[in-house]
Write a protein that binds this ligand. Structure first.
Ligand code: NAP
Length: 247
């Protein structure tokens, strides 16, 4: 168990990719803080699965856009497991519509969760990651941040904003021996993609060289590598996990 005793905070870990990451880190013996905003029942299920896999888990309700709630999450993390070694900024939302129809509210909502949430959590846990023995910051971006996507101007802007943020924090954290990286998943089978109409999804799958959507385990495997000591000399990178969509 390569992450025995390492404490990992994962935002939006009640379902989807966040849940997959939690279970994968649990398999490595990690202490996992399963953050959720509204999915309490499935966050509890994630925690059970983390423990069944060999880790320890607590669930913590916090909206990542609410700085006080995020600070309270840090307290709960410290009480249960001590300071965090790893923060995975995974919580994210979409509010898709063609740009001409996009309201300022659609824009702000997506920025607030995807970028504002990352800001709040990173700043709140920054000292923990800095002081950790090889702390890790991992931000879950998207292939859409690189390629753009029809109807997702807000989401694409937020997800590519994560790249510049991550590279900058990587420079600042390096002096303390900790790393920061992005993972940019391709289209992954979760509730977020369930919302895409079948016709559009068929076109997306046809454009993926590996001819399938990603499963959450595909993304979690790469996050596990970045969270582990094996990635000690990897920092400031964006790791694509997209079935070859860039080829
Ligand atoms: P999902 O199934 O829609 O789940 C979204 C998660 O984010 C939920 O756990 C949700 O928590 C949480 N969340 C949303 N707003 C939050 C807030 N304000 N505070 C705390 N948690 C919040 O999405 P997913 O597909 O697993 O996506 C996870 C990440 O991967 C996102 O950043 C997404 O942009 C990125 N991504 C996804 C895909 C894809 O194809 N699925 C591709 C590339 C990148 P509650 O349920 O508790 O509200």
């Amino acid at each position: 168990m390569s992450m025995d005793g390492r404490t990992c905070v994962i935002t939006g870990a009640g379902r989807g990719i966040g849940r997959g990451i939690g279970i994968r880190l649990g398999e490595e013996g990690a202490n996992v803080v399963v953050n959720y905003r509204s999915s309490e029942g499935s966050a509890a299920e994630t925690a059970d699965e983390v423990e069944a896999a060999g880790g320890n888990a607590i669930i913590v309700k916090a909206d990542v856009t609410d700085r006080e709630a995020v600070e309270a999450m840090r307290e709960q993390c410290h009480e249960a497991f001590g300071p965090a070694d790893v923060l995975v900024n995974n919580a994210g939302i979409t509010a898709d519509t063609q740009f001409t129809e996009m309201t300022r509210e659609d824009w702000d909502r997506v920025m607030d969760v995807n970028l504002g949430g990352m800001f709040n959590c990173t700043q709140t846990f920054y000292d923990d990651i800095w002081e950790a023995d090889e702390g890790r910051l991992i931000n879950i971006s998207s292939v859409v941040g690189k390629q753009g996507n029809f109807g997702q101007a807000n989401y694409a802007a937020a997800k590519s904003g994560m790249f510049g943020f991550t590279r900058t924090i990587a420079l600042e954290l390096a002096q303390g021996g900790s790393t920061a990286n992005c993972v940019a998943p391709g289209f992954t089978r979760t509730d977020m993609v369930e919302a895409v109409p079948d016709k559009v999804l068929d076109r997306i799958i046809a454009s993926i060289p590996l001819e399938r959507l990603a499963e959450v385990e595909d993304i979690a495997a790469v996050v596990k590598f970045l969270a582990s000591e094996e990635s000690a000399y990897v920092t400031g990178e964006v790791i694509d996990v997209n079935g070859g969509m860039d080829l």
